[in-house]
Design a protein around this ligand. Structure first.
Ligand code: NAD
Length: 441
């Protein structure tokens, strides 16, 4: 019971102290572990289970040289963090971005553990990345970086151990180079086995139909399940997007197909607004040709301040982490923030949204569609079968609906916000499995 005379200590504080973690409020890994520990406490996880979740199992850091087109060699830094594999092989994307850092990769690996558990997938959580700006590298250079990175970590991944996938700055082509390199490094494995080492591959090379759009499609299924209780109908909402890459563009397209109206988009090149509705396919063509939304002729250019203040029903961040701070949260004019990106809201931003009565649908629920269809791809690779588009769509719909229901039920059980509820529902399953397995030896 709380002693009212004592200052409030977050539930995670004793564990941070025990593990010698000096809390830094701006550190995404600390923020993420904080969320997990608060939820683990609610879900009744035992002390040893909570300390296991507070640190990754393995943190791998590699440096490798790559020949650049101009003849010089550049040294790259890559990471693979394997957070937890209580539920199954490690699973998580590989990011190519100039701001990739160990602590951010650790945070994203924790989120993968939580996401896979919430979606009840037989996977643990991992994440990887290489610190580079893919826009500054030629296709040949990207291929050489991918092959060298894969070879550098090839002994620490595998179709039954750790299965990477695409994330920011990587795509199906990069996964194809990755799988091919892994095949060259492991001649003892069968071709069929090797294919399952990464997901998000091109369909012709062991990928699943529906993987490219899966994250956006999963988010639309979550909205279909969750909006009615907020008094909103998917076919009538106006929405805005930060980011128009894989997740943003597919979310835009699929929501508009259900009758919703896209009114504003912000990306790294600028922002545009059109209250009568932006055609997402048309915008997608522009972005593919010009690299971003800037100079799009179907809408008016606006500045960032106007983008955040544009009135919408749903505000959907689908770009990078930590974009919505307290100041931006105070300007958002929406009923609900739908987190398509991982960790797009800072704790301060979250507090402002809560205080303003703006509902937040958490990322580990909203963007779980990507890893869910990755799981379907892995199942297809392992069983040498191919599912039809209709089979993938239906299985994804059922998985996302179940995850949304699990989150809602946890909110009722623990009387908390949806983010804490999603984490608690994820922790429940991990605690249950640790109870059954015990701790070796
Ligand atoms: P992407 O590389 O395809 O697109 C990233 C988008 O972010 C681009 O439109 C880019 O312009 C925009 N962006 C970058 N910097 C920005 C800035 N400063 N301001 C505004 N916009 C900016 O990446 P993606 O695969 O669409 O991933 C987006 C988010 O979704 C990430 O958080 C990622 O981890 C998460 N996610 C992706 C998947 C997936 O299947 N791709 C699955 C789950 C979660």
């Amino acid at each position: 019971m709380n002693d009212a005379s004592q200052p409030h200590r977050p539930a995670s504080e004793p564990i941070f102290e025990e593990l010698g973690i000096v809390r830094d409020g701006s550190n995404l890994f600390h923020q993420t572990v904080d969320h997990v520990l608060v939820a683990a406490d609610l879900a009744g996880l035992k002390h040893h289970q909570r300390i296991i979740l507070a640190e990754p199992k393995n943190e791998i850091m590699v440096h490798f040289p790559v020949l650049m087109d101009d003849g010089h060699h550049r040294l790259f830094k890559g990471y693979r963090v394997q957070h937890n594999n209580a539920l199954g092989p490690y699973k998580g994307g590989i990011r190519y971005h100039s701001r990739v850092s160990l602590d951010d990769v650790k945070a994203l690996a924790v989120l993968m553990t939580m996401k896979c558990s919430l979606a009840r997938l037989p996977f643990g959580g991992a994440k990887g990345g290489v610190k580079l700006n893919p826009r500054e590298l030629s296709e040949d250079e990207l291929r050489r970086v991918t092959r060298r990175f894969c070879s550098a970590i090839s002994h620490q991944i595998g179709p039954h151990y750790d299965i990477p996938a695409p994330d920011v700055g990587t795509d199906a082509q990069i996964m194809a180079w990755f799988a091919d390199t892994y095949a060259q490094m492991t001649p003892e494995l069968s071709r069929q086995d090797v294919q399952g080492v990464v997901t998000g591959k091109p369909v012709a090379f062991g990928g699943s139909v529906g993987r490219e759009k899966a994250t956006g499609q999963g988010l639309v299924e979550v909205l279909a399940a969750m909006l009615p209780e907020l008094g909103l109908e998917i076919s009538k909402i106006a929405f805005s997007l930060i980011g128009f890459g894989n997740v943003g563009s597919w979310t835009g397209r699929l929501l508009c197909e259900r009758g919703a109206r896209l009114v504003a988009v912000l990306d790294h090149t600028g922002a545009v607004r059109e209250d009568r509705g932006i055609d997402p396919r048309h915008l997608d063509e522009h972005v593919r040709r010009h690299g971003g939304v800037v100079n799009y002729s179907g809408a008016t250019a606006i500045d960032e301040a106007e983008f955040y203040a544009t009135p919408v029903d749903a505000f959907i961040p689908a770009a990078l982490e930590q974009m919505i701070d307290a100041e931006k949260a105070s300007r958002i004019a929406a009923s609900v923030v739908v987190e398509a990106a991982n960790a797009p809201t800072t704790p301060e931003g979250d507090a402002v949204l809560l205080q303003r009565g703006i509902e937040v649908l958490p990322a580990i629920l909203c963007n779980a569609g990507g890893v869910t269809v990755s799981y379907f791809e892995w199942v297809q690779n392992r069983s040498a079968t191919s599912w039809s588009a209709a089979e993938v769509d239906e299985a994804l719909r059922l998985h996302m609906q179940a995850a949304a229901t699990r989150t809602r039920e946890a909110r009722a059980r623990y009387d908390c916000d949806l983010r804490t509820a999603a984490f608690a529902a994820a922790c429940e399953r991990i605690g249950e499995v640790y109870d059954l397995r015990g701790v070796f030896p």
